[in-house]
Design a protein around this ligand. Structure first.
Ligand code: ARG
Length: 371
């Protein structure tokens, strides 16, 4: 049955079919959280964020919200339904019997927390203490979808304990150095241990029957095994990108655009032995264009490769950040219609156009692209 704006329906099987209904994050009350093991391992060693925490400056919150609101309005004008999270008070500490941290993170980016697979939306375990309660920002929407869509499955992965046993202390030293980090990444020695299943939703890409999951800082092998058991009708593939010294969240590294075509970060190429399923099915993996900037904006966790963090609206149409001229040019050459979207001043809040959204409904059904 065709999608109708009057009826809530949750369904999305991949990253590219026509998007009809989407969640766009908010910058409200976002915080730079205090130090904690997994977060520290991710903050680049030369970052301006080291050693400071607290609510983000109001003018940066206002500016990011302006851009996120404009993005949402543009999508609505194109006929999409756009929902927004309900910000909780992120200044509150997160405390459980197992850990305490003095503040939370924010309701950005939704892609990190919510994984939509078919008719299900799954709240990820998360792997940072400051993000343990982040699902609460989306609960009003989950309740609404549950009330309105009789086939919606609202799921939550087992909440992790996040004691010190979840983190390798080797990653806690101030100066590790990029050489050492790259060596550790190549050895698949990441900050998270195998104490319990951990995953962030943004480490997962959906290709119909196949889920491709990045093993790195925020997702461990037990988390991937948990996903495998949770989605018994899917094939779950583990991937690594050894060129990334801070491997979290797959969407600035590996970006499917349409059936048969994936952009790969040229500094983080998928190793040969992991390419087989794509090659034998004639999928092309092309190097993404260079970012237009040589440094991320202030107080930003991510790298300049948010250039390739694009939102595909349908297999011919893609939203690209408006200053990323090389990425837009490449999309054009690949036969995509490009919608430039101004978002760079919101990057500091956790990511780009793919990160700051979460799928609710895309056309299409569960297909097998790798038979
Ligand atoms: N790790 C990526 C980079 O810095 C950023 C990924 C952001 N993605 C997200 N869903 N928050 O290159």
């Amino acid at each position: 049955m065709a999608w109708s704006a009057d009826k809530t329906e949750v369904k999305s099987w991949n990253e590219w079919d026509t998007l009809r209904h989407v969640i766009v994050g908010r910058a409200d009350d976002c915080h730079i959280p205090p130090e904690e093991p997994a977060l520290d391992a991710k903050v680049p060693e030369d970052s301006d964020m080291r050693g400071q925490w607290g609510r983000r400056p109001q003018e940066t919150i206002d500016r990011a919200n302006e851009l996120l609101n404009n993005f949402a309005t543009m999508l609505e004008k194109r006929g999409l339904r756009v929902d927004r999270p309900h910000s909780i008070d992120h200044s509150l500490p997160a405390t459980t019997p197992d850990f305490h941290t003095d503040s939370q993170f924010g309701c950005m980016p939704p892609r990190d927390v919510l994984l939509t697979v078919g008719r299900e939306m799954l709240e990820a375990t998360m792997s940072y203490r400051c993000r343990w309660f982040e699902y609460l920002n989306y609960r009003p929407l989950m309740q609404q979808y549950f009330n309105e869509d009789p086939l919606f499955r609202h799921e939550s992965a087992p909440k992790p304990r996040l004691t010190d046993a979840d983190y390798h202390p080797d990653y806690l030293s101030e100066k590790i150095g990029v050489e050492k980090r790259l060596q550790w990444a190549a050895e698949k020695f990441f900050v998270t241990t195998e104490e319990e299943p951990l995953f962030d939703a943004a480490d997962v890409l959906r290709f119909g029957r196949d889920l491709v999951v990045q093993h790195g800082f925020t997702t461990n092998l037990k988390g991937i095994e948990w996903l495998r058991r949770h989605f018994p009708d899917h094939r779950v593939h583990t991937v690594n990108f050894p060129g990334d010294p801070y491997p979290i969240h797959i969407d600035a590294t590996f970006t499917p655009l349409r059936p048969g075509l994936i952009l790969n970060n040229p500094q983080r190429r998928l190793p040969e032995d992991q390419r087989k399923m794509f090659e034998t099915n004639d999928w092309e993996i092309v190097d993404a264009a260079q970012p237009a900037h040589n440094a991320p904006p202030p107080l930003c966790y991510s790298s300049t490769w948010l250039s390739m963090n694009v939102l595909v609206l349908d297999p011919k149409t893609v939203c690209v950040e408006a200053s990323e001229v090389y990425q837009m040019e490449q999309m054009d050459k690949l036969g995509m219609n490009v919608i430039p979207v101004d978002l760079r001043d919101a990057y500091a809040f956790g990511g780009g156009l793919h990160c700051c959204t979460a799928d609710v409904y895309r056309d299409g059904d569960c297909e097998d692209y790798f038979p």
